[in-house]
Design a binder for this molecule. Structure first.
Ligand code: NAD
Length: 321
């Protein structure tokens, strides 16, 4: 089989929220013809005013697209958009798009189940000798800023051949793609990345707050971490202490960045996956509890580095400290 005859020209995009709207804009800038849908009519109106065709249902998007990308909040939303009434797969066993890419952060099991469902479908029009639609799970690493700048990293599970055929599409929205293996592997990689991130952010926050209580400033400790074995992204690039670093969420009252509620969601996915896989998950479970507590305490929309202030009661340090 070969994918040399496939078209990437007409791209359906569903889920035009914080991430999706920016990814869609980058595809438009790169010259792809977009057809969009979102259940939020305001955002559809915004795209319509930019001259982008909008559709009322996922199925209408599917009927007009060679490739469909989804960027939705959670597994339930993705299942609804694919298999719900007027969903992408609504029209019997025949489907127009040869490629369906889901970039939402969802559980690997749902990604695998959807791939299995789609493998029973047939293309309305054969593309060369290619007659089956393909699904890729391709969640992203990178925040809203990376989505805007087109510097996301895609973690991709499914057919490697399809990934190669769609490379130009991915590279219009991101700086790299990493192939992770069969269906569901991209989703699995994403939740493992975020579990490691949550634990390292909490570890750095806990150590910095303890240091302050013992009389060592967070600025001194950060300087030590950053030239020692504790150095990590949470200490040298995304420091959680207000006043230590400019241009990060901690320097703007934890606004912008990656919301605690999204981190809590990803940790829930990691816990469920660990249970299913029969793996131990003490740190994931503890991190899940901390982020759930932060969300219940009203910090759900604040960046996840707010654990330093709102969980550990760490103190701000003025920039001139
Ligand atoms: P968001 O809530 O801002 O956007 C989701 C969009 O999907 C909204 O516009 C909503 O109206 C639309 N939607 C929901 N259900 C729908 C349906 N049934 N039909 C059509 N449209 C529907 O979310 P986001 O921040 O853009 O995140 C999207 C995904 O990306 C999530 O899975 C998230 O975990 C992941 N992610 C987010 C970030 C981030 O920094 N925000 C970073 C990496 C990954």
């Amino acid at each position: 089989m070969t994918l040399s005859m496939v078209s990437l020209q007409n791209v359906g995009f569903i889920g035009l929220g914080n991430m999706g709207s920016r990814m869609a804009n980058n595809l438009i800038k790169a010259g792809f013809k977009l057809i969009v849908h979102d259940k939020n009519s305001d955002v559809l109106e915004m795209f319509s005013q930019m001259g982008v065709p909008t559709k009322k249902t996922p199925y209408e998007v599917s009927e007009a697209s060679d490739v469909v990308i989804t960027m939705l909040p959670s597994s339930a939303h993705v299942i609804d958009v694919y298999t719900g009434p007027n969903g992408l797969l609504h029209g019997g066993k025949l489907i127009r798009p040869w490629l369906l890419i889901d970039s939402s952060t969802i559980d690997p099991q749902t990604s695998r189940n959807l791939s299995a469902t789609i493998s029973n479908y047939i293309l309305k029009e054969k593309k060369g000798d290619w007659e089956m639609p393909v699904k890729l799970d391709a969640p992203v690493s990178g925040s809203i800023i990376a989505a805007e700048a087109g510097t996301l990293t895609f973690m991709v599970g499914g057919s490697e051949e399809a990934l190669l055929a769609a490379k130009s599409l991915f590279l219009s929205m991101g700086k790299s793609t990493i192939y992770c293996g069969g269906a569901g592997s991209g989703s699995a990689a994403k939740i493992c990345n975020n579990l490691a991130l949550a634990v390292s952010m909490l570890g750095i926050s806990e150590a910095l707050a303890l240091g302050q209580s013992l009389g060592v400033s967070a600025s001194s400790l950060t300087e030590i971490f950053n030239c020692s074995s504790a150095r990590c992204w949470s200490s040298d690039t995304y420091n959680p202490v207000p006043g230590l670093m400019e241009g990060v969420p901690s320097s703007r009252d934890y606004n912008g960045g990656f919301a605690s509620k999204l981190m809590a969601k990803d940790l829930n996915l990691a816990v469920e996956s660990a249970k299913l896989a029969g793996c131990k998950y003490p740190l994931t479970s503890q991190a899940q509890e901390i982020y759930t507590e932060l969300c219940n305490g009203g910090h759900d929309t604040k960046d996840f580095s707010c654990a330093f202030r709102h969980y550990y009661s760490g103190m701000d340090e003025p920039l001139d400290n």
